[in-house]
Design a protein around this ligand. Structure first.
Ligand code: CU
Length: 362
């Protein structure tokens, strides 16, 4: 209803505006003036409007940066994430500096050189010095950015799995499952023809000796400071594994094995004590508090698979799907926990092994 009213108001505003223009045109006709003639006064007004709108826009950009800063992610919780953040910050700083300088020049010159009777544009065809400066300076700056970007990309993507704990992340519409490689740290084989939603949803080859000690879990626990190699798999469409706090993202493509290796550096508990996380969780909990009971119940169930008894919500690392993979895409998530080695050992000991049941191919 509110959108209908806003739409109606916009329509009326446009109609009013058109009518005002019509009236001013008719007035000009009565006074025997050319409607299309641009007067000195028109140029002055247009110039001033450009200046006000232009600088208003720059003020709005600054306001956004200040007002919404609290919503951005906290510093990375992984080793490679720190490098990505610093690359991102350097690039952003450069972009902002260039943006503000060029925008100020653009709006100011637009105003300064507005139409004035009798003034002619200065014809200036070419200047070698200027051409060289505005080609070489950006070339040097961009080369620096690209080279450091390639270095970060190389160190982020080329991680060997030698000393890493191997975990498989299996995706399908619309849920994740994790598979730990067990004591031997080798994942057992899988074959899509073995899939059985009830008894073998991950299509594992239970005849393979490496499968026996694998463990399937519905959340992922990691040891702080210990490298991990995530191996991705998809059953249906392309999903994208996205764990923003670790700066990890990788597509999960049917029929293609993709992977991402990283080292988590902050435990879930440390994150929960981080002032920025405390503020963000407070804000989220305040918003939930302001909802009615029905809204709360639906919101918690749909977005966090939780109930009102779990309030206030506590911070958890989340694996999300970052490809729009279908109707319940928004709800495709899995909890990640980063903890100490002792805590991890206790948890993993409680998880059941797949076992060696031999299934015949269908
Ligand atoms: Cu998905």
């Amino acid at each position: 209803m509110i959108y209908l009213l806003i739409g109606g108001l916009l329509f009326l505003a446009i109609v009013t505006f058109v009518q005002i223009i019509r009236v001013s045109e008719l007035l000009s006709k009565i006074r025997n003036k050319d409607v299309n003639e641009v007067t000195e006064n028109d140029n002055n007004i247009q110039g001033k409007i450009l200046l006000v709108v232009g600088f208003g826009f720059l003020v709005f950009v600054i306001w956004q940066i200040v007002a919404w800063k609290h919503l951005i992610l906290p510093p990375a919780s992984s080793l490679h994430g720190v490098e990505i953040d610093s690359l991102m910050n350097t690039t952003m700083m450069l972009i902002l500096v260039v943006f503000f300088i060029t925008s100020i020049i653009l709006f100011f010159f637009g105003f300064k050189y507005r139409g004035i009777k009798g003034r002619k544009a200065f014809f200036y065809a070419h200047n070698n010095k200027l051409e060289i400066v505005w080609t070489i300076v950006p070339a040097i700056v961009l080369s620096g950015l690209i080279v450091s970007g390639l270095k970060v990309w190389d160190s982020t993507m080329n991680v060997t799995s030698e000393n890493s704990q191997i975990i498989e992340l299996h995706s399908r519409q619309f849920q994740w499952a994790a598979r730990y490689a067990g004591e031997d740290n080798i994942l057992g084989k899988h074959d899509f023809r073995l899939i059985d939603r009830a008894t073998n949803p991950l299509s594992l080859d239970k005849g393979d000796k490496y499968t026996i000690d694998d463990k399937i879990t519905n959340e992922v626990h990691l040891v702080v400071g210990k490298p991990v190699m995530l191996k991705f798999r998809s059953d249906d469409v392309i999903h994208s594994a996205y764990i923003p706090h670790f700066r990890v993202q990788m597509n999960c493509v049917p029929g293609v094995r993709t992977q991402f290796g990283f080292t988590p550096t902050k435990t879930t508990q440390e994150m929960r004590e981080d002032p920025q996380i405390i503020r963000q969780m407070q804000e989220l909990n305040d918003r939930i508090d302001a909802m009615s009971l029905i809204e709360k119940t639906v919101f918690l169930d749909e977005n966090f698979a939780k109930t009102v008894d779990d309030l206030p919500l506590k911070f958890d690392y989340q694996l999300l799907c970052n490809k729009i993979c279908g109707s319940a895409h928004y709800n495709m998530k899995m909890k990640f926990v980063v903890e100490t080695q002792e805590e991890f050992d206790t948890w993993i000991a409680q998880q059941k092994e797949v076992g060696g049941l031999v299934l015949t191919k269908k």
